[in-house]
Design a protein around this ligand. Structure first.
Ligand SMILES: [Zn+2]
Length: 160
């Protein structure tokens, strides 16, 4: 579904929030798994953008490349520009650690390259990606990358 959105950006944002007691602007449209608001049909060329980032761009200006927009209120669905600040990924991480919720405590979950062959073999013999992820203690995506993405790339390059 790619419905073209013709509302001005300010209206688009304001029509999709509810202001509660905390002065947070709660995003009322769709949210992702982390609870962040998603502005799906805005910016056709950019696809989905997180609502708080869109709000920041609209009210405060462009986001420097590689920066995260963080919440002072710690409410992921809030898009109140007064509660948003621009931080480098490092600052954001420091902020999360200070607040005691480091999302990266479990590590990035990359698979060591010497395990690739072993994992592919197991996958080929019918072990599911989910099971392999649990076995190697990594994320689903990491196994998916080894078994599916790399394989697809290899096939594509051998065709040409
Ligand atoms: Zn807030």
């Amino acid at each position: 579904m790619t419905r073209k959105n013709t509302e001005p950006l300010g209206d688009y944002l304001k029509n999709r929030i509810a202001v509660g007691d905390t002065e947070c602007w709660e995003w009322t449209a769709s949210r992702n798994k982390g609870g962040y608001g998603q502005a799906i049909c805005w910016l056709k060329t950019h696809g989905t953008i997180l609502a708080h980032r869109l709000s920041y761009i609209h009210f405060k200006g462009p986001i420097p490349v590689g920066h995260d927009i963080c919440h002072t209120c710690d409410n992921p669905s809030c898009i109140n520009p007064d509660h948003l600040w621009d931080g480098t990924p490092k600052e954001n991480m420091r902020d999360m650690i200070r607040k005691g919720r480091s999302g990266k405590r479990k590590g990035h979950g990359a698979v060591p390259e010497e395990k690739y062959g072993e994992i592919k073999q197991k996958y080929a013999s019918g072990v599911s990606i989910g099971k392999l992820a649990a076995e190697y203690g990594v994320k689903y995506d990491a196994i998916f990358y080894v078994c599916v993405t790399l394989d697809k790339r290899a096939k594509e390059s051998s065709v040409s």
